[in-house]
Design a protein around this ligand. Structure first.
Ligand SMILES: CC(C)(COP(=O)(O)OP(=O)(O)OC[C@H]1O[C@@H](n2cnc3c(N)ncnc32)[C@H](O)[C@@H]1OP(=O)(O)O)[C@@H](O)C(=O)NCCC(=O)NCCS
Length: 137
């Protein structure tokens, strides 16, 4: 299977399975990466340029493609591209994601209280612990 990566800037509109993905433009470095085979989207990931650090977000492999190594390919692709410190957050019940990030050198750190408060306010339905990871270049 031929895999290709498409990069779009974050201010473009994109629909996946009729779900609109809304973007916030932080800076020139922000982008969304779309991983495709010949005719379908396999997964996506976004990078937000937060000036002093890059935040990796919305890492998502479509269900039918999960568990087949595509997450590895997507993370490797992002890490190879972003040659700066990367931060991200996930939840304590997302074992697959935690394993994936640890495999690529992300280290769990204590989340800043203000960040946690902001995320809790935004994602009210999340009950589990929030996990913050960083990867230094
Ligand atoms: C998390 C996710 C991106 C992983 O992608 P994937 O294509 O399923 O993962 P891969 O098959 O490439 O596996 C990559 C690594 O993930 C971890 N992993 C994958 N499936 C796993 C499972 N069932 N149990 C535990 N760890 C698992 C392993 O570390 C694996 O490394 P390995 O290949 O050396 O075993 C994918 O499952 C997903 O999109 N989940 C839903 C959205 C989500 O939760 N995104 C993360 C938000 S922070």
């Amino acid at each position: 299977m031929v895999i290709k990566f498409i990069t779009k800037s974050l201010d473009e509109n994109l629909y996946i399975d009729d779900v609109p993905l809304s973007y916030t433009k932080y800076g020139n470095g922000s982008f969304i990466r779309i991983m495709m085979n010949e005719n379908e989207i396999i997964g996506i990931a976004r990078i937000y340029d937060k000036r002093n650090v890059m935040e990796l977000a919305d890492v998502y492999i479509y269900e039918k493609y999960q568990g087949q190594g595509y997450g590895n390919m997507l993370i490797e692709n992002m890490i190879n591209d972003v040659k700066e410190n990367i931060v991200l957050w996930t939840t304590s019940d997302n074992i697959k994601a935690i394993n994936l990030y640890k495999k690529y050198g992300f280290i769990e750190r204590k989340m800043d209280k203000r960040m946690e408060k902001r995320l809790r306010a935004k994602y009210k339905w999340i009950k589990s612990k929030l996990i913050y990871f960083t990867k230094q270049v």
